[in-house]
Design a protein around this ligand. Structure first.
Ligand code: IPE
Ligand code: IPE
Ligand code: MG
Length: 242
C-alpha cells in the first residue's frame, strides 16, 4: 500500500517541552517551527497529497494573553519567512479556521500567501488556526440554512456529500491518518466530521521532538491496519472494493 493521501496532525506538547527545560512555554512554540518545516518537506518527499496541521484551536484563545500574542507573532513571522520557499516547492497553502478573530494584518498576509500559492499542484497544506471542528460544522450548517431559506436549496437535498462541500476541507479527501503528539489521546475539537474513518496514531513525543522517524513509524503502523469502513474483514478480502 502506498502512503496516506491525507495526513492530519495535532501538534501538541510545545509547552511541556519548554517547561521540562525550565524555559517559558513560548520557547516551546518557537521550537515547534522546525518540525513543521521538516514535516512539510517529508510529506512532499513521500508524495503525501495533503497535510493538515492543527496549530491553534478555537479554545486556545482562552490561554493567557501573552502566550496568545506570542503565538500570533510566530504565525506572522513564519508566514512571512516561509511562503516563498513553499511556493518554490509547489505547495498550496491555506489557513482554515475563523480568521475574523485574527488581527487584520495577519488576515492580509494569509490572503496574500493563499493567493500566491493557489495554483500550486504539489502538497496541499492546510494550517488550522482559530479552528474548531464544531465551528466548522456550524458554519456549514448556517450556509446551507441560508441557501434553503432563499429557495436555492431544498432541505431534502442535503446529504453527506452536499454537507461536506461546505466544510473547510471541502475539496480534499478525508484524512486517512490522524497523528497526535504529546501523549494525550483525544481529538480536542479538530476535524470532527472529516476524521470519521481516519486511522488514529498517538505518540508520547512532544511536538518539538517530532521528526521523520516518528512520521515513518506512524505510516508503517497505518499500513498494517485493516480499514474496514463498516464491512467485515472477509468481505474486504473476497470482494475487491470498487
Ligand atoms: C501545542 O502545544 C500548541 C498549541 C496548542 C498552540 P501546547 O501549547 O498545547 O503544549 P502543552 O500541551 O501545554 O505541552
Ligand atoms: C490541541 O491542543 C490544539 C492544538 C494542538 C493546536 P491543546 O493543548 O489545546 O489540547 P487540550 O487542551 O490538551 O485538549
Ligand atoms: Mg497542549
Amino acid at each position: 500500500m502506498s502512503v496516506p493521501a491525507h495526513i492530519a496532525i495535532v501538534m501538541d506538547g510545545n509547552g511541556r517541552w519548554a517547561e521540562a527545560r525550565g524555559e517559558p512555554r513560548t520557547v516551546g512554540h518557537r521550537a515547534g517551527i522546525e518540525p513543521v518545516r521538516a514535516t512539510i518537506r517529508e510529506c512532499a518527499r513521500l508524495g503525501v497529497g495533503a497535510l493538515t496541521l492543527f496549530a491553534f484551536s478555537s479554545e486556545n484563545w482562552r490561554r493567557p494573553e501573552t502566550e496568545v500574542s506570542t503565538l500570533m507573532g510566530l504565525f506572522m513571522e513564519a508566514l512571512e519567512r516561509e511562503v516563498q520557499e513553499l511556493h518554490a516547492n509547489q505547495v498550496r497553502l491555506r489557513i482554515i479556521g475563523n480568521r475574523q478573530r485574527l488581527a487584520v494584518g495577519l488576515q492580509q498576509r494569509i490572503a496574500e500567501a493563499e493567493a500566491l500559492t493557489a495554483g500550486n499542484t504539489g502538497l496541499q497544506l492546510q494550517v488550522a488556526v482559530s479552528y474548531g471542528g464544531r465551528w466548522d460544522v456550524i458554519e456549514a450548517a448556517k450556509r446551507l440554512a441560508a441557501q434553503a431559506a432563499s429557495g436555492a436549496l431544498r432541505a431534502a437535498d442535503i446529504d453527506e456529500e452536499r454537507f461536506a462541500r461546505e466544510l473547510q476541507l471541502a475539496d480534499l479527501p478525508d484524512p486517512d491518518l490522524f497523528i497526535r503528539t504529546g501523549g494525550d489521546h483525544r481529538i480536542s475539537n479538530f476535524l470532527l466530521w472529516n476524521i470519521a474513518y481516519a486511522e488514529l496514531f498517538f505518540t508520547d513525543a512532544l511536538w518539538p521532538d517530532f521528526n521523520a522517524e516518528i512520521m515513518a513509524e506512524a505510516i508503517e503502523d497505518f499500513r498494517g491496519r485493516e480499514r474496514r469502513f463498516g464491512l467485515t474483514g472477509k468481505q474486504l478480502r473476497e470482494e475487491p472494493r470498487v
